[in-house]
Design a protein around this ligand. Structure first.
Ligand code: HSE
Length: 318
């Protein structure tokens, strides 16, 4: 068993927003974004439990058993056989229930900070601990947001035994517009309405789209990636929660986007564009105007594929 003097006793980490699914890659694809970040500060204590001393920004539960970061950190403590406690502060800039990986950012922040304080775990173990944080918010330990939040880039999760995590590096012409509407959709709610089974033709369409998206990424073919951002099963099942989606897609493509999908379980949308041919500004403007026509305010972000979670100025209190 370790004690608090074995390693550094405080750390601060920064974790990016992420977008999962990207069309047909349900629970498989994830992309780190370079526009929004959360921070987690953690200090080991000689106490017996994890305490949350403050959350700045968006509201999240401060009761440790309901807080994704604290749950993920406690899984790391368990794995490392650490029997003491920690105190934590969080800065939440990624809105919960936005589809931008807010719970994943908290979970990765908690797991990575705890791992750094206790001498390190493998990336795979950090991801599994962060997955337990995700379970608190959505009842499911899916890793499609936590993988890019931790590793950066574009990630593909094969979540069966053995777990495979494939990470692909971004390419420079890939532009991203993310638009966050002023409506909330919880992942729990958006998963509860998913079908138990799907027609073979939709499964075939999704397999083609997911494969083409990856091929497009490898070939740096944004037009192919955009055409492939279509999910005939899960996104379709969620449309009653977000009936504006097909309007928004049409408008985005009309303004120069190669394709658009829900970001994760929504309500954010993510559009891809080729930076050599278009500017994100027009696409973002067209999407926010289309939301407004549907009676919804929204905020657009123009971004690129981001780096993964990292330690920042160790020891500083937020
Ligand atoms: N793949 C997940 C879903 C992402 O669509 O439910 C949300 O966390």
């Amino acid at each position: 068993m370790m004690n608090t003097t074995d390693t550094n006793s405080k750390v601060k980490v920064r974790v990016p927003a992420t977008s999962a699914n990207l069309g047909a890659g349900f629970d498989v694809f994830g992309l780190a974004l370079d526009c929004l970040y959360d921070e987690v500060y953690m200090e080991l204590t000689t106490g017996k439990s994890i305490e949350i001393l403050g959350v700045e920004g968006y509201d999240v539960p401060e009761e440790p058993s309901e807080n994704c970061a604290a749950v993920a950190a406690s899984k790391v403590f368990e794995m490392k056989g650490y029997a003491h406690g920690a105190k934590m502060w969080m800065r939440k800039c990624i809105r919960p229930k936005s589809g931008l990986g807010s719970s994943a950012a908290s979970s990765v922040g908690g797991a990575l900070a705890a791992s750094k304080l206790l001498g390190g775990l493998s990336y795979e173990d950090i991801l599994l601990c962060a997955g337990e944080g995700e379970r608190v918010s959505s009842m499911s330990a899916h890793l499609d947001n936590v993988a890019p939040a931790l590793l950066g880039g574009f990630t593909i999760i094969r979540s069966y035994s053995p777990l495979d995590i494939v990470r692909l590096e971004a390419f420079s012409s890939m532009g991203i517009v993310v638009v966050l509407p002023e409506v909330e959709v919880s992942t729990k709610e958006a998963r509860a309405i998913l079908p138990e089974s799907a027609p073979v033709k939709d499964v075939v369409r999704n397999a083609g789209n997911a494969s083409a998206f990856v091929a497009g990424f490898i070939r740096e073919d944004i037009a192919l990636m955009g055409r492939a951002m279509v999910d005939a099963i899960f996104e379709k099942a969620r449309e009653p929660l977000m009936p504006w989606l097909s309007d928004i897609r049409k408008v985005a493509i009309g303004a120069g986007a190669s394709g658009l999908s829900l970001s994760g379980s929504g309500p954010s949308v993510i559009a891809l564009f080729d930076k050599r041919e278009h500017r994100g500004k027009e696409i973002s403007k067209a999407i926010t105007e289309a939301f407004l026509e549907n009676g919804i305010d929204s905020e657009g972000f123009i971004c690129s594929v981001g780096r993964g979670a990292m330690e920042i100025s160790e020891g500083a209190v937020i």
